[in-house]
Design a protein around this ligand. Structure first.
Ligand SMILES: Nc1ncnc2c1ncn2[C@@H]1O[C@H](COP(=O)(O)OP(=O)(O)OP(=O)(O)O)[C@@H](O)[C@H]1O
Ligand SMILES: O=P(O)(O)OC[C@H]1O[C@H](OP(=O)(O)OP(=O)(O)O)[C@H](O)[C@@H]1O
Length: 231
């Protein structure tokens, strides 16, 4: 059986993801020319590399097209409905740290927690004639956190695919759910994170698709051990 590992083809995780495999004694070599989206691993004849974007990796692990992948936990939990049933996070890799957070305008002085925000959401329609609007690209995580964990049902999600932090000032939404790492983008946009507003602390992970044919496969175990050994 050939084992396919999905690695980021671009973006902020690309270099670190390849470096970890190299450190683990799995040197990746390109197949074909520089623009090729396939690679192989020196000395591991039955392993191939598929270069994909970080969110594609999450999807392809979910449907089992690749056996392993390196991507952010946020993209796994946002992209897959039953993430723990179909994938296993085999290692946290120590880079690509970002928190998915709920942030509100700094000038909402009375709003410091999800409970406060629940009160605002409950009164919002009466006060403003519409539901509280949340700008985000993290639909699933937002719904789980608001409806599932905090019982807040009265809100509307406004899809935002970029510059999410600008949405409140632009009048497109009231609050946001987005990732933050240094916090500088939130500060620049006069937004604050609620005290219990961290939905997920994400980092890059080595993720395995749960497949029956992995049971007892020595190469699967060898790859996991090699990566864990250098963390
Ligand atoms: N400051 C940050 N901003 C955005 N993403 C970050 C940041 N720090 C870490 N990450 C993580 O990087 C991953 C996304 O990486 P990147 O933005 O490079 O992907 P991408 O190449 O744009 O992928 P796609 O095109 O599929 O969205 C996510 O898991 C995210 O949590
Ligand atoms: O807390 P900070 O360190 O300010 O980082 C957070 C910001 O970084 C990312 O955007 P980026 O500009 O990297 O572009 P992207 O959305 O295309 O990834 C992310 O979407 C946030 O806006």
């Amino acid at each position: 059986m050939t084992i396919t590992i999905g690695l980021p083809s671009k973006g902020r995780m690309k270099e670190d993801a390849s470096a970890i495999f190299e450190k683990a004694g799995m040197k990746i070599v390109a197949v074909g020319n520089d623009r090729s989206y396939r690679g192989r691993v020196e000395g591991f004849d039955d392993v191939e590399i598929a270069y994909l974007s970080a969110s594609e990796i999450s999807r392809e692990i979910g449907n089992g097209t690749v056996d392993f992948g390196v991507t952010g936990e946020d993209l796994i939990r946002e992209g897959l409905a039953e993430a723990d049933a179909c994938v296993e996070i085999t290692a946290r890799l120590g880079f690509g740290h970002a928190d998915v957070v709920v942030a509100v305008p700094e000038v909402w002085y009375d709003v410091d927690s999800m409970a406060d925000l629940g009160d605002v959401a409950a009164e919002f329609r009466a006060r403003h004639g519409r539901r509280l609007a949340i700008a985000t690209k993290y639909w699933r995580l937002t719904q789980q956190h608001f409806s599932g964990s905090h019982g807040i049902q009265l809100y509307r999600i406004v899809e935002s695919l970029g510059a999410t932090e600008g949405a409140p000032a632009a009048g497109q939404a009231d609050i946001i759910v987005d990732i933050t790492s240094t916090g500088s983008t939130l500060r620049a946009n006069h937004l604050k994170v609620l005290s219990d507003g961290v939905i997920l602390r994400s980092e890059a992970c080595l993720v395995r698709a749960r497949k029956p044919e992995h049971e007892g496969n020595a190469m699967i175990g060898r790859i996991v051990e090699a990566v864990r050994g250098v963390l």
